[in-house]
Design a protein around this ligand. Structure first.
Ligand SMILES: [Zn+2]
Ligand SMILES: [Zn+2]
Length: 402
């Protein structure tokens, strides 16, 4: 008899344990599904709430450029989406060398005339899609480029859309919301893959310029490429070149840029303030001091344009990537250019096809997006951020989060 009781207890216990086990699995399952459902509801709810907030509001905070070193955060009307347009809630807007130039000079002949909304590198969430928009809806995460070509002019027909006679620019990224004009919605607004943070997606615009500049220099894998300048775009070009399998020599001025250049793939870094010395040291890194295959100038001053020509080997290519101030000129050694068969190129801006490749590069995982974003700041801190950038800090890009 005692044996039977013991057995019964044993059997009972194992039944209870099985029941508990199954129960636990069922609860776990329910929790998992429940969470997924809740998250999805929150996501959809948020998109709806954001849309509602947008619809319910008359004004927003935005940076307005009034002139030289004069940015003011003001209350301005919230934009609405007209036919073919989008309104995007800005998730992140990135500072850029061009914005810094505009901040210093107070205007940009082609891109911005004050007083005007300011900032052009952004990614965010659609809160309103205008009539006729079929590719995007409220809640979509997007990167909207700063320009779009007309698609009809002489240059657009020859796939040189960066030179479009009627390039349409959009500014206003340093704000809570931004209106995206119909042409940019149709040609240069891209869906951001779920795994890509918005602040990384916002790098699409400058990266497109960098990819364009690099490809335009007609590189071959294994080429030695010298990049003059350690600003955001210089660093981006050298990173793109390194990812493409080139040997990169970075020529930089400031201490903070040395580490960034190495981190992004430069095999050698030449740090000199003196241009003569930079040329000597760079040539010394090449076989028989013959010079590099490709030199890309990413500073935008006449002195370094001239330096770039002296860095390349016979048959080499120079790319004058950095735009200089209006009215500046350079003197070039005609003999050297002719008898050494040197190709001179200058790359400006980007095309819709290149913008798509740039976002693919960011989404692909090899591109070190995080290295380029060295700080975060609120919209209200924008003036302080630009003042800091003017003082040549080691910041590369700051993500402005409204
Ligand atoms: Zn930019
Ligand atoms: Zn055009």
């Amino acid at each position: 008899m005692p044996g039977t009781v013991k057995n019964a207890i044993k059997r009972g216990r194992s039944t209870v344990e099985t029941a508990i086990e199954h129960g636990r699995a069922t609860v776990g399952d329910a929790l998992y599904h429940g969470r997924a459902t809740v998250e999805s509801v929150i996501h959809h709810g948020l998109a709806t709430v954001e849309s509602a907030i947008h619809h319910g509001r008359a004004t927003m905070q935005a940076a307005v450029l009034h002139g030289r070193e004069d940015i003011r955060i003001e209350s301005v009307p919230v934009p609405n989406a007209g036919v073919g347009e989008l309104v995007v809630q800005v998730g992140a807007a990135l500072t850029c060398g061009t914005d810094l130039k505009v901040f210093r000079r107070g205007y940009h002949a082609r891109m911005i005339v004050p007083p005007a909304l300011f900032g052009h590198e952004l990614a965010g969430t659609v809160v309103e899609a205008g009539e006729g928009v079929s590719d995007f809806a409220a809640g979509d995460r997007v990167v909207a480029l700063n320009s779009a070509p007309c698609g009809e002019c002489y240059f657009c027909e020859r796939e040189q859309e960066n030179l479009c006679d009627d390039l349409l620019f959009n500014n206003g990224a340093y704000a809570e919301f931004i209106r995206i004009p119909a042409r940019i919605v149709a040609k240069n607004t891209l869906h951001v893959p779920d795994h890509v943070p918005l602040e990384h997606a916002a790098l699409t615009e400058p990266l497109a310029c960098a990819v364009h500049g690099f490809e335009d220099s007609r590189p071959y894998p294994g080429d030695t490429v010298a990049v003059i300048g350690g600003g955001p775009l210089g660093l981006m070009i050298l990173h793109v070149a390194a990812l493409a399998g080139c040997e990169v020599i970075a020529i930089v001025k400031h201490d903070g840029q040395v580490e960034a250049a190495r981190q992004l793939g430069a095999t050698r870094v030449v740090q000199v303030a003196n241009i003569r010395k930079a040329i000597q040291e760079t040539r010394a890194l090449t076989p028989k001091r013959q010079g590099v295959d490709i030199a890309i100038e990413a500073v935008g001053i006449p002195e370094t344009w001239q330096e770039a020509v002296e860095l390349v080997r016979k048959g080499g290519t120079v790319n004058f990537f950095g735009g200089c101030a209006v009215g500046t000129h350079v003197t070039l050694d005609t003999n050297r250019i002719h008898y050494s068969d040197i190709s001179l190129r200058a790359t400006f801006h980007h095309t819709p096809a290149i913008c798509r490749r740039a976002l693919d590069l960011i989404a692909g995982g090899r591109f070190q997006a995080d290295t380029f974003i060295t700080g975060h700041a609120h919209l209200y801190e924008l003036n302080r951020v630009f003042e800091k950038l003017m003082n040549r800090s080691s910041e590369i890009k700051t993500a402005i989060v409204p």
